[in-house]
Design a protein around this ligand. Structure first.
Ligand code: C5P
Length: 232
């Protein structure tokens, strides 16, 4: 099973080096827009050279041609997972996939459904989507599945619904992970590592729970153990 993915939401490589330094094991890390947009592709090379796997979380969302061409470029980086917004539509997702595969990359391509910071009320008022948030998430997940993508980003609360509709092998990558004592911060749809596993998440993404802890290595191991604890 996949290791918990640590969100490296830092501003520069020095902060990343300080954070990664104490870890002895090889990790699966997420490089998001904060780090990538301020530091560029060199960051990917350096993290790969340290032996870690990378989820490049840039959440591309633009016209199909632009996203396809951008994916062609990103696919040349040695990354293991990358994503788009499902709201960009099926043609955009298909072009993204073509671009990625044309570059020779075998990275998993997944689509964001609704951000885990979005509540049902926000979705209804600000996106003017009048369904339940679960219906919206399932509809985006089905669109991503039909478009040939490997999976979706959703909250752990929706993993079981997506597994039942689209199968266990369709990836459910779930941020918004908190232990019971952690601060929720700006996340709305949160879950513990144990409940994410029980609900069928295939991957969990953990940021501030680990990066803000006084002992990140210990906290990572605690979360990894909790995540792996209910493997049957
Ligand atoms: O610190 P925290 O654990 O909340 O970090 C979650 C990470 O997952 C952040 O890097 C955020 O950008 C990302 N993410 C998310 N919700 C999504 C997709 C990605 O929180 N739907």
């Amino acid at each position: 099973m996949s290791k918990p993915i640590i969100a490296l939401d830092f501003k520069d490589m020095d902060a990343v080096r300080n954070f990664l330094g104490p870890f002895e094991e090889s990790l699966f890390v997420k490089v998001g827009m904060e780090l990538y947009l301020q530091n560029g592709p060199d960051i990917i090379k350096e993290i790969r050279n340290q032996g870690h796997e990378i989820f490049l979380d840039l959440k591309l969302h633009d016209i199909p041609n632009t996203v396809g061409q951008a994916m062609k470029g990103l696919g040349k980086l040695d990354i293991q997972m990358v994503n788009v917004h499902a709201a960009g539509g099926s043609i955009m997702m298909q072009r993204a996939l073509e671009g990625l595969r044309d570059s020779g990359s075998t990275a998993s391509l997944i689509a964001v459904t609704q951000l885990t910071s979005t509540s049902e009320l926000m979705m209804q008022q600000e996106q003017n989507i009048q369904s339940s948030i679960n219906d919206s998430i399932l509809s985006y997940a089905s669109l991503a599945h039909k478009s040939g993508l490997d999976g979706v980003v959703c909250s752990a609360n929706e993993s079981a619904m997506i597994r039942d509709a689209l199968g266990a092998s369709f990836l459910k990558v779930t941020p918004g992970i908190r232990t019971l004592t952690d601060d929720k911060g700006d996340q709305v749809r949160v879950a513990t590592p144990e409940s994410a596993r029980e609900n069928g998440s295939t991957h969990i993404v953990v940021g501030r729970s680990i990066t803000n802890d006084a002992n990140p290595v210990e906290k990572y191991r605690q979360i990894k153990k909790a995540w792996e604890s209910n493997v049957k």
